[in-house]
Design a protein around this ligand. Sequence first.
Ligand SMILES: Cc1cc2nc3c(=O)[nH]c(=O)nc-3n(C[C@H](O)[C@H](O)[C@H](O)COP(=O)(O)OP(=O)(O)OC[C@H]3O[C@@H](n4cnc5c(N)ncnc54)[C@H](O)[C@@H]3O)c2cc1C
Length: 421
Amino acid sequence: MKQNSTDVVIIGAGLAGLTCAAELIDKGIEVTVVEAAPTPGGRVRTDHHEGFLLDHGFQVLLTAYPTAQKYLDYKSLDLRSFYPGAIIKGEGFSEKMADPFRRPLDGIKTVMSPVGSAKDKLLIGQLRTAMIGRSLEKIYQGKGMRSFDWLKDEGYSDTFITQFFKPFYGGVMLDRDLETSHKMLEFTYKMFAAGDTAVPAKGMGQLTAQLAARIPEGHLLLNTPVKQIKKGEGIELENGDTIHANQIVVATDMDFAREHVEGIPQNTWRGVRCLYFAAPTAPEDDPILVLNGEERGPINNLCVMSKVSPEYGTQDEELISISVLGDGLKLPEDELINAVKNHAISWYGRSTIEQWRHLKTYDIHKGQPDQSDQKLDEIFRDVRFGEELFVCGDHRETASIEGAMHSGQRTAEAIINTRST
Ligand SMILES: Cc1cc2nc3c(=O)[nH]c(=O)nc-3n(C[C@H](O)[C@H](O)[C@H](O)COP(=O)(O)OP(=O)(O)OC[C@H]3O[C@@H](n4cnc5c(N)ncnc54)[C@H](O)[C@@H]3O)c2cc1C
């Protein structure tokens, strides 16, 4: 059995662990990151498949995320932005909704469109103004309530909730029923309004690859699952080796953290399935999100990723990403592909969809921790579990790129604090 030693050992090379590592390295602290998977990134990774770039599920970076701004070099990520708005689709209707503050001409058409009543449009405009002016601290304060109930209390119509909020926030929070705390809705609404919605030209995996590149050679151990934490000693790997460390950071997902650290509550996961198709022509001309504005059909949202960044597609074929929530999570894959194609036929016609070629399906069971109302009453949950043990990850904050990265930053600061006192 080999014995190694380091100052701080971080278990998990997802956004939380990598951000924690970046901050500690910046302060001159020796760090070793130990990751079970063959590549860093955790839930934010991109596969190369037949010349296409396939993200592990449809994911976007909201450029207004404060912690992402601090640790990521946006310029070298070569970010490509989505159209600020969405297309709401159903059988026999297709309506474009634009952010009137960024696309004033399209915004006028939005005001005239049949999606949403005049009151809905007024309310959503007021929400945008309110969120731009409200600090994150203020949004995070107080008690959370079910997003659906909150929207009803605010006065939105049932039709608008079904046509817009359910598919839009269903996609963001992996929760079409809008059980998630309204704090998450306000937080993401603020972020959407305050910046761009974007992906790196070469895939979301560039985010985590950029952070991982900051770790000195020999200090990121891949294919190295951790078996257990040995308090006061370090960690034991599945292969029997031990890494001695002065301080340990558990930056895994919530399951490993709960099994190995006392005080991490039990929670459930929200899942999603993401299907990729190749097509000779794009069903939409714009880099825009298409939402299912009806309560039927398996598709929640669709996007032609090669319109957002051509690098996602190939010279001959476009790349289409489709997210499925709800009942579609349980279908066998061949039935799901047929159901998705039939749903897409009702939007784009048979002759278009017959040309689609299924590339791959990602079944993501562990997408995001459940964030229903009272679970988010406290946004900044403890990261310090003693002098030597720390826990970060999206289960310690909001289930988002920002939440994971900020929990990593807080953990690094807590470690630095133990050394200055
Ligand atoms: C499909 C999908 C869509 C999403 N969309 C968005 C979006 O659009 N915008 C947004 O802001 N957020 C989005 N999110 C949320 C965001 O991606 C996550 O909140 C974030 O990536 C979580 O990062 P993390 O570091 O906390 O955890 P993880 O990424 O899960 O990292 C944990 C790491 O620990 C490793 N690990 C686990 N056990 C061990 C062990 N025993 N030994 C060693 N290593 C171990 C894992 O392999 C993994 O690499 C989405 C998530 C999913 C799944």
